[in-house]
Design a protein around this ligand. Structure first.
Ligand SMILES: Nc1nc2c(ncn2[C@@H]2O[C@H](COP(=O)(O)OP(=O)(O)OP(=O)(O)O)[C@@H](O)[C@H]2O)c(=O)[nH]1
Length: 345
């Protein structure tokens, strides 16, 4: 059986080139806020008090994937001899470039094209992901216009550099709604080589239960690392992501600390896995079960006339099997800690 364990390194960056005649400052674009909100559950409004980052930071998160998120502050010039830029670019799977949509963005686009030129030279398989960020401040019409304009200008810049075929993905994001999670979900999924296998397993699960939509969530970040092949409806995603939050809050509130350390027949009892089921007024069931490696399966179940108990019995049985398959796939995988390779100045 193939191993699903992948080493993925993502880094979020905004560059500035101090060696150009005009010094460009692309800091305050929202990089730290994105990292704090997505990976540390910080409330979006609290990012107002974040201080400017002065040194590169790198953090590792190990769930389905070994994800390393590097934040490169805007004030530093990574093409100085101090930084081993070649090694930096070579080692990452995706480069996430943040453009502040509420600011003048022409220089940021020129900068992006130059970075892409360098990135592709040293790492032709790198994914370039552009977040058109802070779109919460723009009207719906303006959002679309800004995206079209940024895509067109990026295309023109790349054409000038002779890179017209280069692949770039654009996402409209804000930390004030789920768009940032949706973008990161898609970015991370692109880096999982076995994604179609994971999708097939979820398709199988949905076909044999009354599940309408299922997500495999990373509990910590609420990024979904996989979903079945039915199209993703943003509202359904939002409901499922909120259900993860509620389940964790309830679990923390009611977990019996005494039980966690309980000894039975001389053996310590393992803390119970997270599970939460809730039926909405229209009969739809929200179902969450903890899986392995910090992941949780969240499903929307439509009973369609079947009583809730039978529906849950079938789902529980199928989810048990799904979990066993995940465990088998991960049985041989080891967690490797990637080396940090940013030279601190
Ligand atoms: N409206 C809005 N503001 C945001 C969003 N994301 C971040 N911000 C704000 O942007 C400001 C700068 O955010 P930072 O995360 O510190 O920016 P940075 O790119 O890390 O800045 P440096 O550390 O200086 O490189 C903060 O006041 C955030 O609250 C967003 O999606 N929408």
């Amino acid at each position: 059986m193939c191993s699903l364990y992948s080493t993925i390194q993502l880094y979020i960056m905004i560059f500035n080139f101090t060696n150009r005649s005009v010094s460009l400052n692309f800091s305050r674009g929202g990089k730290s806020s994105i990292c704090k909100v997505v990976f540390h559950n910080m409330q979006p409004l609290d990012t107002l008090y974040l201080e400017s980052t002065s040194n590169p930071t790198v953090e590792h998160f190990s769930t389905l994937i070994d994800l390393a998120v590097m934040e490169l502050p805007g004030q530093l010039n990574y093409f100085e001899p101090n930084y081993d830029s070649e090694r930096l670019f070579k080692s990452v799977g995706a480069l996430v470039y943040v453009i502040d949509s509420q600011d003048e963005y022409m220089s940021a686009i020129t900068n992006l094209a130059m970075i892409m030129e360098y990135a592709y030279k040293v790492n032709p398989s790198i994914n370039i992901e552009v977040l058109i960020h802070k779109v919460d401040g723009l009207s719906e019409e303006f959002k679309v216009d800004a995206q079209r304009d940024i895509m067109r200008r990026t295309g023109e810049e790349l054409l000038e550099l002779g890179m017209d075929g280069a692949q770039v993905s654009f996402y409209l994001t804000s930390i004030f709604d789920h768009s940032i999670y949706e973008a990161f979900s898609r970015i991370v999924q692109k880096l999982i080589p076995e994604l179609s296998f994971l999708e097939n397993m979820l398709d199988n699960l949905t076909q044999h239960s009354k599940i309408e939509k299922a997500f495999l969530f990373d509990i910590n970040s609420k990024i979904y690392v996989s979903t079945d092949s039915n199209p993703v409806d943003v509202q359904i995603y939002e409901i499922c992501a909120e259900f993860v939050d509620i389940s964790i809050d309830l679990h923390d509130l009611y977990k019996a600390t005494a039980n966690n350390n309980k000894i039975q027949d001389g053996k310590a009892l393992r803390p119970r896995d997270l599970k939460n089921v809730s039926q909405l007024e229209n009969g739809t069931i929200l179902y969450l079960r903890q899986m392995i490696r910090g992941l949780a399966l969240v499903a929307i179940i439509r009973p369609d006339g079947m009583d809730m108990e039978s529906c849950l019995t079938v789902t529980d049985y199928n989810v048990d099997n799904y979990k066993k398959s995940l465990e088998e796939v991960w049985a041989d995988s080891k967690i490797t800690t990637s080396n940090s390779f940013i030279t601190q100045s």
